[in-house]
Design a protein around this ligand. Structure first.
Ligand code: THU
Length: 132
């Protein structure tokens, strides 16, 4: 799948964000090595700490469906009414993703007209892992 198409799915997922507190909407499209796409959005809560980020929504959906490896993730995030988008994943999501994404996994940021492509290794060097 083209990165542009994956970002378009992330933008579609962003429309389903539930963000009445921050008004910052995030959507994700996560591509498994089996070729399936899992979408996710941020889901906020009146008890703010119970909020779930879009990246982990998509990751946990996919892992709970049996996926264990991913080749790319597109992330679209912006404040309501803002033009364009550039939303890098938070630290907790980087750590959660690193459990299932290799250092080569593509992390696609920006928007579908202006993609910025990174790797997991660039976003989270020296990631924590338990020894084999
Ligand atoms: N958020 C995400 O969904 N992903 C990130 O990587 C950063 C932050 C959400 C959480 C909260 O609903 C809103 O963006 C503002 O922090």
């Amino acid at each position: 799948m083209e990165y542009k198409e994956l970002m378009q799915l992330a933008e579609e997922a962003r429309e389903r964000a539930y963000a009445p507190y921050s008004h910052f909407r995030v959507g994700v499209a996560l591509l498994s090595t089996s070729g399936k796409v899992y979408m996710g959005c941020n889901i906020e809560n009146a008890s703010y700490g119970a909020t779930m980020c879009a990246e982990r929504t998509a990751l946990f959906k996919a892992v709970s469906e049996g996926e264990r490896e991913f080749s790319a993730i597109a992330i679209s995030g912006a404040a309501e009414g803002q033009q364009g988008s550039f939303c890098a994943p938070c630290g907790i999501c980087r750590q959660a993703l690193s459990e299932f994404c290799s250092t080569e996994c593509a992390v696609i940021l920006g928007d579908s007209d202006n993609l910025k492509v990174y790797t997991m290794g660039e976003l989270l060097p020296l990631s924590f892992r338990l020894p084999d």
